[in-house]
Design a protein around this ligand. Sequence first.
Ligand SMILES: Nc1ncnc2c1ncn2[C@@H]1O[C@H](COP(=O)(O)OP(=O)(O)OP(=O)(O)O)[C@@H](O)[C@H]1O
Ligand SMILES: [Mg+2]
Length: 238
Amino acid sequence: MFCFELKDVRKTYGAGAQEVHALDGVSLGFAPGEFTVLCGPSGSGKTTLLNMIGLLDTPTAGEVFVEEEDVSRLSSKRLARIRAGRIGFVFQAFNLVPVLSALENVEVSLHLARTPGDHRAIATEALERVGLGKLIHRKPGQLSGGQQQRVAIARALAKSPALVIADEPTANLDSATGAEILAIMREMNEEDGVTFLFSTHDPMVRDCARRVVILRDGRVAEDDVRARRPAGGAACSS
Ligand SMILES: Nc1ncnc2c1ncn2[C@@H]1O[C@H](COP(=O)(O)OP(=O)(O)OP(=O)(O)O)[C@@H](O)[C@H]1O
Ligand SMILES: [Mg+2]
């Protein structure tokens, strides 16, 4: 099972008078199957923290453990291997390849992750699951924002990752589409046990989480674990 932990993680950019402590001693543990939301003002360190957990960046000081292995000082090649196989990303800007169809975008990610099996069949099934079964041959430019975000989710989920990281996944969507996207993610969390970690400014996303971590100035200001809120409404009722 996939668990990860940060121990006194610091990330400093620049030097001298320009020094920025993007993360200033963050310690957090995440159990498998969690659905956690990361909140905090702009510049508080959310994206920096997600990049650290997603193994896209390494800390200036402190340790990052993935499945009890200290990954803070692994080679970039090893990190890339763990990342491709175990972690799915959903970026705010979708990051789809514009010249490839929805199907090909998902297939490429399966190829990079070296996922075993028939990539075309797995990619088709993932796109069907997010409601895009009829649009798999369209390119991103021929899809709406919400549809592109679904392709990004299908791409993240097709390789059956242990962890999905999403940086403001609903920021570019209208609230109805955002609620649909959230419902898909909750279903994956509840049915497949995929661990989710989101950053968000969106109260609807926050209300849907079981755990809310609030960052302020690169530190954990609050870490609130609670039962799922019934007030989450439609967004949570997958
Ligand atoms: N590459 C970089 N070089 C210098 N400073 C950086 C760099 N990346 C981030 N920072 C700084 O680190 C701090 C944390 O940035 P981060 O992107 O993690 O914030 P955030 O909480 O994701 O904000 P937002 O809600 O606006 O996305 C900010 O002060 C930012 O300016
Ligand atoms: Mg950010």
